[in-house]
Design a protein around this ligand. Structure first.
Ligand SMILES: [Zn+2]
Length: 366
């Protein structure tokens, strides 16, 4: 994995509905592929020269990150906000954000709530936080100043103010939006690994970078209709649980390999596809961890329901504190995800695809 590439993709500005900067950044690393985009910021990267005869495998990752939108501008110059996607409210106050104006200017702001000095005893004792009572302060003193001097208007998007860095000694990445820029970097890396062998691949590999997942898997609803995949691999920067659950029970441990997701709220995974992926992981000594999520969802929920039903393999890169400003993930887990995906694709053949798509059920009729 080119960590510098991952850093640039992580730093790109792209809350749901505003993913242009992300897809431009990704496109810059995909010059060897055939690129196209659509009206909602979905980006497609096709392996050149791929045969239309072959089954299609869609590589999915969503490009959007959790962010905010200016909902109103107060008389005192503070910006009322709403969330694009789901942050946990306790992680927001006192963090800084970037607001992007309609001319593309970036303005730094601080998420503020009523300061503790001005709270009543009742307010101080209350644990409840509401996004309607949080504002972004850009340093202005009036609504007119915000609109005329800063050029900020209602509807303008914002994202956490975080810059990527890499701890070379411990091989740990720090930055924002690893959900799901980790997945985006995994598609690019996987396709680059397969590029040399593109004429010998058993399937037609197509990277689909989907917009607006955090607001309800909207991009993948479109990409899966366009791609019409026979199979799919979804990459996600999945939440780590190893900092509050014991090692024996944790299913998203950093530096313990790629997660193979057996279930979440959106999809119960195709057993044959997962079993095959685990067989490949064992064959090549790729570290993996099985995950059964009590909540959560991925684009697999949409892709699996397309056309004649699509088997999906969901691969997670354990990422700490996703849906808050600051994330950690390990280089080796990113690489486990891409190595597994590339090996799974290389070793497919017609018999295996038939087995995954039909699970041989009609061979064993009672
Ligand atoms: Zn995600």
């Amino acid at each position: 994995m080119d960590i510098q590439m991952f850093g640039k993709i992580s730093d790109a500005f792209g809350p749901s509905g505003f993913e242009e900067d992300v897809i431009r950044t990704i496109a810059g690393y995909c010059k060897e592929f055939e690129l196209s985009n659509d009206a909602m910021n979905n980006l497609y990267a096709r392996m050149p020269g791929a045969s239309a005869e072959l089954p299609v495998i869609q590589l999915d990752a969503h490009t959007d990150e959790c962010g905010f939108m200016v909902q109103n501008i107060q008389d005192n110059g503070c910006l009322g906000i709403l969330m694009l996607g789901g942050f946990h409210l306790t992680s927001l106050p006192a963090h800084s954000v970037w607001v992007r104006t309609r001319t593309g200017k970036m303005v730094r702001g601080i998420i503020c709530a009523k300061p503790v000095h001005f709270m009543t005893a009742a307010e101080r004792g209350s644990q409840s936080l509401e996004i309607e009572k949080m504002y972004v302060d850009v340093g202005a003193t009036s609504r007119e100043e915000v609109e005329q001097e800063y050029g900020i208007h209602i509807g303008d998007p914002m994202v956490p103010d975080v810059s990527f860095s890499y701890d070379e000694e411990h091989k740990i990445c720090f930055g924002k939006a690893f959900d799901n820029r980790a997945g985006c970097a995994c598609i690019v890396d996987t396709m680059k690994m397969l590029y040399e062998d593109r004429d010998r691949l058993p399937v037609n590999v197509l990277g689909a970078f989907a917009a607006q997942e955090e607001v309800g898997m909207r991009g993948a609803t479109v990409t899966s209709q366009v791609v019409k995949p026979d199979m799919a691999i979804v990459f996600e920067g999945s939440p780590s649980d190893d900092f509050f659950i014991s090692a024996g029970q944790a299913q998203g441990r950093m530096k313990h390999g790629v997660q193979i997701r057996r279930m979440d709220n959106s999809y119960i995974s195709n057993t044959a596809f997962m079993d095959y992926a685990e067989e490949i992981a064992q064959k090549y000594g790729i570290k993996f961890q099985e995950t059964v999520r009590r909540g959560g969802s991925t684009n697999a929920g949409k892709i699996s329901l397309t056309g004649k039903a699509v088997p999906v393999l969901v691969l997670g890169v354990p990422s700490r504190y996703v849906h808050s400003h600051y994330n950690f993930c390990a280089k080796e887990d990113l690489e486990a995800a891409t190595k597994l995906a590339a090996s799974v694709i290389r070793e497919l053949d017609a018999e295996r695809i038939r087995h995954i798509c039909h699970q041989d059920i009609l061979d064993q009729v009672k």
